[in-house]
Design a protein around this ligand. Sequence first.
Ligand SMILES: Cc1cc2nc3c(=O)[nH]c(=O)nc-3n(C[C@H](O)[C@H](O)[C@H](O)COP(=O)(O)OP(=O)(O)OC[C@H]3O[C@@H](n4cnc5c(N)ncnc54)[C@H](O)[C@@H]3O)c2cc1C
Ligand code: SF4
Ligand code: SF4
Ligand code: SF4
Length: 374
Amino acid sequence: MMNEEIKSFTDLIREVQTPGLCGSCGGCVSFCSAGELNALHFGSDGFPEYADEDRCLKCGICYLVCPQVKVLDHELGQRFGWEGPSGPYRSIRSARTTDTETASVATDGGVVTSLLVRALESGIIDGALVSRRTGPFSRQPAVATTRKELIEAAGSHFGETAHLGEMGNAYTSFVPTIREIGKLRRRKLERVALVGTPCQVYSLRKMQLLRVVPSDAVKLVIGLFCMESFAFNEETRSHLGEHLGVPLDDIVKLNVKDDVILTKSTGEEIHVPFEVVDEIARPACLACPDFASDFADLSCGGLGSPAGYTTVVIRTAEGDKLYSNARRGGFIEELVSSDREAAVLQRTTTVAKITSFSRRKRERSGHRFGASDA
Ligand SMILES: Cc1cc2nc3c(=O)[nH]c(=O)nc-3n(C[C@H](O)[C@H](O)[C@H](O)COP(=O)(O)OP(=O)(O)OC[C@H]3O[C@@H](n4cnc5c(N)ncnc54)[C@H](O)[C@@H]3O)c2cc1C
Ligand code: SF4
Ligand code: SF4
Ligand code: SF4
């Protein structure tokens, strides 16, 4: 890679934006070396564009950190000892929070929030980059520095009185958390955790590989499983409504595990296969190869665990330390199986599901990571 010609934002326009693959994560704008000079900004459509091309230093950082650009995969794979198809791991567990307040708002088992609370209270981090609810259907990237703020960021319920039918046309389940990293130094935060989708974890790890400041302030990365994010507009809303055969007004929660789970106000769940919702996925997501946040310290999802539990893939020594610390401290508890045979079956099934979803997503994207990616 190092001998290749340096590419710039002009190449991102040609290779990523023009083919419709830009996910509007904002990494290129937030980490532009000419940030002080305002070379890039967000256009009125929410996508990045040149504010003034003459101010571009042609350094290539924006190009390299973009999640749709794969030229650093070899270096990244070596750094993390990547193995196909779902990245390296030490162990896989099913666990849940022991805190009733967190459990009542959590997406799955509330493990992500409880790990963050433990990390904060034991001084491992002084804040976490999360996605904060700002309205019934709006979330924004935010830095949480207290237990209260971490718990407020948990979950995927829409809101006390909100339902899918009220959702604005510009709603997307993707939240560009990575944009907040640029603001860390200003807030004098030097040890933070990041919670993000695989694309954001991938971008962050590339920034760290390139030593782009202040990505070094991110000491702990909790990645989420992610098959796709949805973008709602008039057309996709009516497509979903037709397939569901129930009014969107009645849907109060959206979660994703083996399939997409929509919960009605009565508590009844409707399971929608990915094949149906693929049509309302963002184009950037259909080109995305990473399901299980392969480069995180810990990856979390609902897939493979019973309701009320989070599946946790422990990948690195840092991730292992925090998970064990939280478990020993009573912040989380593991799923107890009736006997040893049941425990082995549960674990084998979970590994098989993560492997299968990772393969499926990589095949859908058409992207292979390396020789071991079969
Ligand atoms: C866009 C998206 C797609 C997902 N797809 C799948 C999937 O296909 N299969 C699967 O098994 N699991 C998927 N997950 C993960 C799953 O929904 C849960 O987030 C995960 O199991 C952790 O649950 P928890 O109860 O431990 O987390 P909680 O304790 O509820 O904490 C959730 C954390 O995630 C953060 N968060 C919420 N929304 C976002 C967002 N849009 N972007 C970044 N961070 C966010 C919150 O700030 C909070 O810190 C997805 C999550 C997201 C955000
Ligand atoms: S200065 Fe560097 S990071 Fe900024 S737009 Fe130009 S090439 Fe991209
Ligand atoms: S995907 Fe992100 S980094 Fe790439 S061009 Fe779009 S906003 Fe920039
Ligand atoms: S599918 Fe990929 S690009 Fe889309 S939100 Fe998930 S990780 Fe990001």
